[in-house]
Each structure stands twice: as structure tokens, then as C-alpha cells.
Design a binder for this molecule. Sequence first.
Ligand code: BT5
Length: 264
Amino acid sequence: MNQTEFQAALKGLPLGRVAFFETIGSTNDEMATWAAEGAPDCSLAAANEQTAGRGRSGRGWFTPPGAGLAFSVLLRPEGLPDAAATLAAGLGALAVAEALEEIGGLKAQIKWPNDVLLNGKKVSGVLAEANWEGEVLRSLILGIGVNVTPGSVPPPEFLSLPATCVEAAAGRPVAPAALLRAILAGLLAWRPRLGTPEFIAAWEARLAYRDQPVRVISGAEELHGTLLGLATDGRLRLLGETGETRLAVAGEIRLRPEVDTPAK
Ligand code: BT5
């Protein structure tokens, strides 16, 4: 995607400050600078290439030039529910999953809390970063990366989960700009309904590994159980061995199926 395609894709969308970078370290870092400068709600920074793309916990996000989407959206907390920081990864993942369905005709699944899968392989990741001042949420940065062409898929040694791209799953070229527009439209549409039963239901309906045994890894702790769905606040609901319900909070966690079969 180039600057012209980027600008055309945004036509009519109610966004704040907007910029497209040929190459940048990380759009989330750029957006953190904008946030500190007072950038308005729904500002958008996108890049053709990232040289220091980030995942969670210091992991990297592979963003070679011209191969995928990499962008960050700034959400100011006015009008957001208190639990917005927890729900934000779901907002991003849901918008991506729906856009893949709409633009690519694909069936996408969400690996709670922040990955989007096609045919059980990771096609997109969301990095939600909250900026708190004490107890007050100042801003929320939603960083989204989507692999579009085969060149966006990292080499296997870079990966902890198999990866894929939109075009491999669709079997045809897909315009990144159209995908970007659909994702942004989805974010804007869901945002006022963040945390509502309707939002949780839409997120839950796309969860990968449902009814399968999984483990949720958080630091040294592991939670095991059968993946049931989501709690009303977006936590993951597992059924433990003795029939009790266990809830996992999205944070620095990883979700894995117990048996490493691809999600259907
Ligand atoms: C994520 O983290 O999946 C969040 C990725 C967010 C990237 C966007 S791009 C725009 C914005 N600016 C940034 O700097 N970041 C955001 P996590 O769940 O921690 O997954 C990271 C792991 O995914 C890595 O350790 C790799 O194993 C794998 N990975 C890296 N690049 C990938 C890619 N292009 N496709 C699939 N998997 C990838």
C-alpha cells in the first residue's frame, strides 16, 4: 500500500490525526509520542515497513516492506468502559476477523485474547497498550499487524505458532487498502459497544479451540481446562478437571491447545 492508496482508503472515516510512513520503527511507538503531544481520539499511524515492530512482552513483529498492514489507532478513554484496557485486544481482533470475512470471504478465528487465525495459523496480531496515570486511563493504543501477501509471513525460526497470510487463504490477491478500511470501520462501529453483551457474543462466536483442552500460560503459572467461552467482562472461561469454572485475565498470557493440532 502506498500513500495515495492509504489516503483513498480513509475517505469519510471520522479519524483524528493521520499519517503514513514508508518505513518506521514501530507505529505503536510513534502513536505513543502523538498521544503525549495530545493527538485526538482515533488518530491513525500506518507504515509500509516496520524495522522494530513489536508484539507483547518484547517479542518482535515481522513487517517487511509492502507485504502487510501495520498500523496503530489511538483511543482516548472518554466514552470507553472502565474495562476498556482489558477489552481492547478483543476489539482489534474482532474488527480484523470481521474484515477478513467481508473482504476476503474467509472464516477467521480469534485466539484469545489478541491473535487472528486463518485455518489455524496466525494471520494477524493485536498489541493493545494502555497509558495509565495512577488509576486514570489516559489513552489506549491499538496496534494491528496483518499479513497480506506471502512475503509478510516470517521464516519459521521466528515463530512460536504457524503463520499464514490473507492471500494464501483467499487464493487470490486482496487489496490491503480495502482491508484497512474495513478494519477501521469495524473498530469505529464496535467501539461504542465495547464490553456490551453483543460485543462479547460476537468475540466469543469467533473463539478458536472452543470445547478443546487448552492451557493458559501466565509467567510461571499455567491454567488448564476445556475452553468454554468468555465471561461477560471478556475473561476466558475454562472448565477445570473437577467441574469448576476457571477464569483467565488477558494480560501477559499465552493460550495454547493441549494437543498441537491446528484450530478448525
Ligand atoms: C502480537 O504479539 O501478535 C502483536 C503484534 C502487533 C503488531 C502491530 S503492527 C503495528 C503495531 N506496531 C507495532 O510495533 N506492533 C503493532 P504476540 O502475541 O506477542 O506475538 C508475537 C509473536 O508472533 C512473535 O514472537 C512471533 O512468534 C510471531 N510473529 C511475528 N511476526 C509475525 C507475523 N508477521 N505473522 C505471524 N506471526 C508473527
